[in-house]
Ligand binder design. Structure first.
Ligand code: GLU
Length: 551
């Protein structure tokens, strides 16, 4: 053991704090029983995508609902992949969807919480103390193999059809005597530090993943690199140190890390620490070419959060959808509790999908329609104004020119017990209601969608008589409709649908055909929200003007 100690001191002469010192510095957290301490641990490599939002939402909701702690840890030990402003991108990107942290970096330079630093590149000495400890115990060693030697080993193993990796007899530096290692270090040779794995690949170990259930895998026997040539730890080792010292109870992360589980559990055992509970989240999947594949950051635009921003999908709708992905029974609950917050639903691990949910944009859109339909018109107006100001200045100007007019328009069929659900995003307001704005209606190449009545003379006859004799803006819906029927009677159309169905030949058409003429004349569309409300908002002058356009 003395020679291991010497080796450790030669490698880390300046590391004086020990594992025990750090154990004391970061004591067990004082939380109530069952409180979940979990983290979101991204590498600062780019924009927030929907899978990242799902993982961070899942962590935050379980921590919050158990009165635990949700913290942010930045995993930037792979300096080649780190981008400028990556930390702010993560924090702001998540905040936009109301995912916030109890502890962790608050921007590139500041952080909050007693278990930091929360940025791995600032934790170098802590990792070194843990690595030093392993070396002193003969559980880790310096490896001097060059890239060429590693390539040769790979080639040899491939040729011999062996498992690829630095393990067993192939792990040649594992067998170097400490004295020899010291000599080579003193001679200035380059090295990394590897774990001396006590595992045997022939043995099977069993774990209980909170989401996946019982899993059996071979033990890890690979002597992985735990400290790279640049003095920084690898992800696996940093995960052990951080999740232990930050007193993490649950590791909630993407299932791409599932194969690393034997190694991670082994690392905890080598230190005699209790491993956290592991919860591996299945990725979002997508139908593609008859098969199913993971939603991809590179190939699928709907993976990027900017996609929803640009369409004007409310952030709440995205979160409602992710809540549904997290617990499939959420949606049913939400539809009965639209006035409640997502957090009011009790999420459980056992309702989590363990095979990979198909990403369903239609479902997201439907949730969005339901959400938008539940907003007050004033609130929707403000959100739309903000959206159009950013994405469509011309429409923004029309939309905000007469605030009351736009709010009345958004209010059409909103207050009914079953509000209309035709807006899936703020961008749909222009698509659905453009004809309400004269500037758009008058400048568009109109495609009038007349149905059963198409004869121009007949159309004008209907419109003229209606305007002269029957339309009165003061009429409520039922009087208004009564007059529409009178118009029908006068012109030879059936005002009563039953009578029409019995004997269609006796009439020129029916009341639906006549009101369709008025609808299309005013909007050019055959499908619109409530015509009586539209007319009330357009007002007499506009109605007359639009009717005369058809002359
Ligand atoms: N930095 C890892 C990643 O970005 C985190 C994995 C984990 O949560 O343990 O995937």
């Amino acid at each position: 053991m003395e020679e291991y100690k010497r080796l450790a001191n030669i490698i880390f002469p300046d590391i004086t704090l020990t594992v025990e010192d750090y154990e004391k510095k970061y004591p067990a957290r004082n939380l109530k029983d069952g409180a979940i301490v979990t983290r979101y641990a991204p590498s600062p490599t780019g924009f927030i995508h929907i899978g990242a939002l799902l993982a961070s939402f899942t962590g935050s909701i379980f921590a919050k609902q158990s009165e635990g702690v949700f913290y942010l840890r930045i995993e930037d030990t792979d300096t080649k992949r780190t981008i400028d402003d990556g930390i702010n991108t993560i924090i702001n990107g998540l905040k936009e969807f109301d995912v916030t942290f109890d502890e962790g970096p608050t921007d590139e330079n500041n952080e909050s919480g007693n278990y930091g630093p929360y940025i791995q590149s600032q934790r170098g000495d802590i990792y070194k103390a843990f690595i030093k400890h392993l070396i002193m115990e003969g559980k880790a060693y310096p490896c001097f193999c060059s890239e060429e030697e590693m390539a040769e080993l790979r080639e040899y193993q491939t040729k011999k059809k062996m498992r690829i990796g630095y393990y067993g007899k192939s792990a040649k530096c594992r067998y170097l005597a400490p004295e020899e290692a010291i000599e080579r270090i003193e001679n200035g040779e380059k090295y990394v530090i590897r774990l001396k794995s006590p595992g045997n690949f022939e043995n099977k170990i069993r774990f209980n993943d909170i989401i996946r259930g019982q899993i059996e895998m071979p033990e890890n026997d690979i002597d992985i690199v735990i400290m790279k040539g640049d003095g920084l730890p690898t992800y696996h080792f940093a995960h052990l140190v951080d999740d232990h010292l930050m007193r993490t109870t649950h590791v909630i992360r993407g299932d791409e890390w599932l194969p690393s589980l034997p190694l991670h559990v082994q690392l905890f055992e080598m230190f005699g620490f209790e491993p956290p509970k592991y919860c591996h989240i299945s990725p979002l999947m997508k139908n593609d070419n008859g098969g199913v594949r993971k939603l991809s950051k590179r190939k699928d635009p709907e993976c990027a959060m900017s996609y929803y921003h640009e369409l004007g999908v409310p952030k709440e709708a995205v979160m409602l959808y992710l809540a549904t992905v997290t617990n499939s029974n959420f949606e049913e609950w939400y539809l009965q509790n639209k006035d409640k917050e997502i957090e009011d639903f009790k999420f459980t691990f056992d309702k989590m999908n363990n095979s990979g949910a198909l990403f369903d944009l239609d479902k997201l859109t439907n949730l969005s329609k339901t959400f938008i339909s539940s907003l007050k018109a004033e609130e929707l107006y403000d959100r739309c104004a903000k959206y159009y100001e950013e994405y469509d200045k011309d429409f923004y100007n029309l939309f905000t020119k007469d605030k009351k007019y736009s709010i009345d328009m958004l209010n059409i069929e909103r207050e009914t017990p079953k509000p209309r659900k035709d807006l899936g995003c703020y961008g749909d307001v222009k698509k659905e209601f453009w004809y309400m704005y004269d500037e758009l209606f008058n400048s568009a190449e109109l495609n009038y969608e007349f149905k059963n009545i198409t004869d121009k003379e007949e159309i004008n006859k209907i419109l003229d008589l209606y305007m002269e004799k029957y339309y009165d803006p003061k009429d409520d819906n039922s009087v208004w409709f009564g007059k529409m029927k009178e118009l029908c009677d006068e012109l030879g159309y059936a005002s009563d649908m039953k009578a029409y169905k019995k004997n269609p030949e006796a009439f020129k058409g029916n009341v639906a055909d006549v009101s369709m003429v008025i609808r299309v004349a005013l909007t050019s569309k055959s499908m619109t929200p409530d015509l009586h409300e539209i007319m009330a908002i357009l007002g007499v002058e506009r109605i007359k003007e639009r009717f005369s356009k058809l002359k």
